[in-house]
Design a protein around this ligand. Structure first.
Ligand SMILES: *Cc1c(COP(=O)(O)O)cnc(C)c1O
Length: 538
C-alpha cells in the first residue's frame, strides 16, 4: 500500500513537474536532441575521414595522456628524439652573435664570410636535387648569374615606375615559360598569364588562393575543399592551413599515380580544386593530367598542375623523343601551373613562376587596398617588396642557355637517370618504385632496411631523400651527377651489401628514427616532434 501511494505521489509530482515546465521542456528537448545529433554526426565525420583505426588511436592516446605523469614522460621521450635529430646543433651555436658589433667591421666581413662558407658540407656532385647547376660549364653559369643578380640587387618591382628593367624581365620570364608549357597552342586560348614568385611553394599557395576566390565568385563556394593525391607536395597543406581550406588527400594507384577514380569519389559541392603533378616529387611519376582535366571540366572545378620539377625538363625531353604524356595548358581543364625556374631552369634560388589559363582567374591572386592612409596599393604576390635581382638572375639564366642549352642539359640528365635505373635493377636487393618519367628515381627494398642503406650512403658523402609510404629513397638527378653516376652506383651497391651482411643501425644514423616515425600510429605525436625539432633549429 505504501509503495503504491509513494508511486502515485511520484507520478503526480513528476506530472506536475512536466506540466509546470512544459514550455521549457518543449523548447529544450529538441535543442538537446539536436545537440546529441550534432555530436554523433561530428564523431561519425571524424571516423569517416580519418578511418576507424586512427580515430581509435587518437582517442586512446587522448585518454592515456589523462593519466598523471604520462604527459611528462612522453614529453621527455619526444625531447630525446629531437635532441638526436639535432645532434650537437646546440653546442655548434656556442659563440654565435646575439648583438650588433659596436663598431662596424667594414669590408672585413667578406673574409669572415669566406671562412663561414667553408663550414657547409661539400654539395658538389653528391646531393639529390639541391643545386641543379653543374657540368663542365657550371663555373661560368654561376658567375654569369651572380653578375646579373648583383647588377640588379637593389631593384624592386613593387616600384614599377622606377624599375622598368626588372618589370620587363619578369614579363619576359613569364612569357618564355608559358610558351614552353602550351601557352602558344590554340587550345590555350592565347590568354595564359602569370607572375614570378619566390619559389614553388609560393606559386602553389597563390594558385590555391586564386582558385578558392575564383570558385567563390563563380559557384558561391563558402566552405572550400581541395583534393590532392598522396604524392602531391606539402605546399598544398600549407595553403590549406593558411587559407582555411579543407584538404582531402587520396591514395595513389598501383602505378603511384593520382587515382582519378578515387579523386572523383571525393568531389562534392564544396570542391574548388583538384591537383596533378608532372612529375610528383616522391617518385618522379607524371599523373594522368588528361583524365584529370576531363574530370575537372565535367565538375566545373579548377585543376592545378604542379610542374615545379618538370617545367624545364618535360618540354625538352619530349623534343628529344622521350614518350611524355600531355601535362600542360594544351590539356583542356588545366587552370593553373606552377613551375620552378630555380630548379631545372638553373636560375638563382628564390625564383618560380605561377601561370593561369586566363586573366579572370589570375585577378583573384591580386590584393588591392583602397582605404590605407599610405595610399592606393596593389600587389600581385605574397611579398610586397620583391627582389629584382633574382628576377634579373632568372632572366639571365634562361636567355644565356636558350632552347639549345636546355635541350643539351635535358639530354644529359635523362641519360644519367636511365643509367641509374638500370644500375638499380642490377642490384637484386633493390627495386625501382613505379616507372619514373623523368629524372627522379625512387628505390626501395624488401630485403634490407632502406634507411640503413641511406645512413651508409650519407657516411660516404651522399645526400639522398628519404620517403615514406612506401619507405624508400630517391635521387633527383641534376647536372651535378653526370660525372659521378658510376661512383653513385658503386657506393649504393656497397652500402646495400654491407647492410645485408650486417643489418642494424650504425652509430649516429637516423634509420631508427625514420623507421619509428613511419611506424608510430599516433601521427599527432610525430607532428609535435617535427614542430619541436624546427623550434630548436631556427
Ligand atoms: C620543389 C617542389 C615544390 C616546392 O617548391 P619550393 O621551391 O621548394 O617551394 C613543389 N612541388 C614539387 C613537385 C617540387 O618538386
Amino acid at each position: 500500500m505504501e509503495i503504491f501511494s509513494l508511486l502515485t505521489h511520484f507520478r503526480t509530482s513528476t506530472n506536475s513537474f512536466f506540466s509546470q515546465y512544459e514550455p521549457l521542456v518543449l523548447i529544450l528537448a529538441p535543442i538537446f536532441s539536436l545537440f546529441i545529433a550534432r555530436f554523433l554526426h561530428s564523431i561519425l565525420t571524424v571516423v569517416l575521414e580519418n578511418g576507424i583505426k586512427s580515430t581509435l588511436i587518437a582517442s586512446f592516446m587522448y585518454m592515456i595522456k589523462l593519466i598523471p605523469g604520462v604527459n611528462r614522460y612522453l614529453d621527455a621521450e619526444k625531447q630525446k628524439v629531437v635532441d638526436k635529430l639535432q645532434s650537437g646543433n646546440k653546442s655548434k651555436r656556442d659563440g654565435w652573435r646575439t648583438e650588433l658589433p659596436a663598431s662596424g667591421l667594414g669590408s672585413r666581413v667578406i673574409e669572415m664570410m669566406k671562412e663561414e662558407k667553408r663550414k657547409d658540407v661539400a654539395w658538389q656532385g653528391k646531393c639529390s636535387g639541391t643545386v641543379y647547376i653543374g657540368g663542365t660549364e657550371f663555373e661560368g653559369h654561376f658567375s654569369l648569374i651572380n653578375e646579373a643578380c648583383s647588377m640588379f640587387a637593389h631593384t624592386n618591382p613593387l616600384h614599377l615606375d622606377v624599375f622598368q628593367s626588372v618589370v620587363h624581365y619578369e614579363a619576359e620570364v613569364v612569357a618564355m615559360t608559358a610558351a614552353l608549357l602550351g601557352g602558344k597552342e590554340k587550345a590555350s586560348g592565347g590568354q595564359i598569364c602569370g607572375n614570378m614568385t619566390s619559389g614553388g611553394t609560393e606559386s602553389i599557395v597563390l594558385a590555391v588562393k586564386s582558385s578558392r576566390d575564383y570558385m567563390k565568385t563563380k559557384k558561391g563556394i563558402k566552405n572550400p575543399e581541395m583534393i590532392i593525391p598522396l604524392s602531391a607536395h606539402s605546399a598544398y597543406d600549407k595553403a590549406a592551413q593558411y587559407f582555411n581550406i579543407k584538404l582531402r588527400r587520396v591514395p595513389v594507384n598501383s602505378e603511384f599515380q593520382a587515382d582519378v577514380r578515387a579523386i572523383r569519389r571525393s568531389i562534392n559541392k564544396n570542391t574548388i580544386l583538384i591537383v596533378g603533378s608532372a612529375p610528383g616529387y616522391p617518385h618522379g611519376i607524371i599523373d594522368p593530367i588528361t583524365e584529370l582535366g576531363q574530370l575537372a571540366m565535367s565538375f566545373g572545378v579548377c585543376l592545378h598542375v604542379d610542374l615545379c620539377l618538370g617545367g624545364f625538363v618535360l618540354p625538352f625531353a619530349r623534343k628529344l623523343g622521350y614518350p611524355i604524356p600531355p601535362f600542360d595548358f594544351s590539356v583542356q581543364g588545366v587552370t593553373s601551373i606552377s613551375v620552378d625556374v630555380h630548379k631545372y631552369g638553373l636560375a638563382p634560388k628564390g625564383t618560380s613562376v605561377v601561370l593561369y589559363r586566363n586573366h579572370e582567374i589570375r585577378k583573384h591572386q591580386f590584393v588591392a587596398v583602397t582605404e590605407w592612409s599610405g595610399g592606393l596599393y596593389v600587389s600581385p604576390t605574397i611579398a610586397g617588396s620583391r627582389p629584382g635581382g633574382l628576377i634579373a638572375g632568372a632572366w639571365a639564366a634562361m636567355m644565356s642557355l636558350g632552347e639549345e642549352g636546355y635541350l643539351e642539359n635535358t639530354r644529359q640528365i635523362m641519360e644519367v637517370s636511365k643509367k641509374i635505373q638500370e644500375g638499380i635493377k642490377g642490384i637484386p636487393e633493390l627495386f625501382v618504385v613505379g616507372r619514373p618519367d623523368m629524372t627522379i628515381v625512387a628505390f626501395a627494398s624488401n630485403i634490407v632496411d632502406i634507411f640503413e642503406v641511406n645512413d651508409l650512403m650519407s657516411s660516404k658523402g651522399w645526400h639522398l631523400n628519404a620517403l615514406q609510404r612506401p619507405n624508400s629513397l630517391h635521387i633527383c638527378v641534376t647536372l651535378q651527377h653526370v660525372s659521378v653516376v658510376d661512383d653513385f652506383l658503386k657506393d649504393l651497391q656497397e652500402s646495400v651489401q654491407k647492410v645485408k651482411e650486417n643489418p642494424g643501425p650504425i652509430s649516429g644514423g637516423l634509420a631508427p628514427i625514420y623507421g619509428a616515425a613511419g611506424r608510430m600510429p599516433d601521427r599527432v605525436m610525430v607532428q609535435e616532434l617535427l614542430v619541436n625539432f624546427m623550434d630548436g633549429t631556427c
